[in-house]
Ligand binder design. Structure first.
Ligand SMILES: [Zn+2]
Length: 255
């Protein structure tokens, strides 16, 4: 059985609406296919989330009757093309949860992007906080040999600290911060009147990820992952100069 064949029956399978042979086919496919079994987990998680959290409203009797009679009509069954899998109870449940489902659906389908935009928002808050509260640096210094040792003993990893003065990015110091549920190193640079925060922490993922830029709440960010470390640079500096900065950091880091 292929994924294309299995997918349309997945929900019916989860709701135990298939007959035994069909059910067995799907089950065998799920054992062999990570993609479909992943989808199965997400559908089940969605179901539990909705059962646990969504408000329930009883449909007005007139609406219930209309849906039921529509679904029983031969024309509707023909359009569905899988009437043996279909009964009105499923349709009524599906209709009642559709609105909540659309909202919840986004999360399990795109866990990585969700997680990343969550971090992006944390990065922005951290950056803004550092600008507003007079708490830009814990260890003010333009000397990388003063900033780097300052981190050791405070963090269980060693953040990249580079002197990029000749390239026009002046090291301003280091700061401890808290992001993605863990303490992280923040290395601060200045370029003209702009402040750059470079956040560094050990990633939970080992694979490298090339630099990618985005804009969140008016700030430019560049994120990348290299040698098991996660990097986020953020500033109100224009994206080209921030990109240059991230290149310099990731290049020099590999030397
Ligand atoms: Zn599959």
């Amino acid at each position: 059985m292929t994924c294309d064949l299995a997918r349309p029956f997945l929900e019916a399978y989860i709701d135990r609406e298939l007959d035994a042979p069909d059910s067995l086919h799907i089950e065998e496919h799920l054992k062999a296919c990570n993609s479909c079994s992943g989808l199965q987990e997400r559908i089940e998680a969605l179901g539990s989330a909705i059962r646990a959290g969504a408000p329930r409203y009883r449909a007005p009797d007139a609406l219930r009757k209309r849906i039921q009679s529509d679904l029983r009509s031969p024309m509707h069954a023909a359009t569905l093309g899988r009437k043996h899998l279909f009964d009105w109870r499923w349709a009524a449940i599906a209709a009642s949860v559709l609105v909540s489902a659309i909202a919840v659906w986004q999360m399990p389908l795109r866990p990585h992007r969700e997680q990343e935009s969550l971090i992006a928002r944390e990065i922005v808050s951290s950056h803004v906080r550092s600008l507003m509260t007079n708490h830009l640096v814990d260890q003010p210094s333009s000397d990388q040999h003063a900033v780097k040792p300052w981190f050791s003993g405070k963090l269980d990893f060693s953040p990249t600290v580079k002197n990029l003065d000749t390239e026009g990015f002046t090291l301003a110091g280091g700061r401890l911060d808290y992001l993605d549920n863990r303490p992280v190193g923040a290395v601060i640079y200045r370029r003209r009147k702009h402040i750059l925060n470079l956040f560094v922490w050990p990633s939970s993922q080992s694979s490298d990820e090339s630099r990618h830029s985005s804009t969140t709440k008016g700030f430019n960010t560049v994120a990348w992952r290299t040698d098991g470390m996660q990097f986020w640079a953020i500033s109100d500096l224009n994206e080209h100069e921030l990109d240059l900065f991230s290149r310099l950091i990731s290049q020099t880091d590999k030397e």
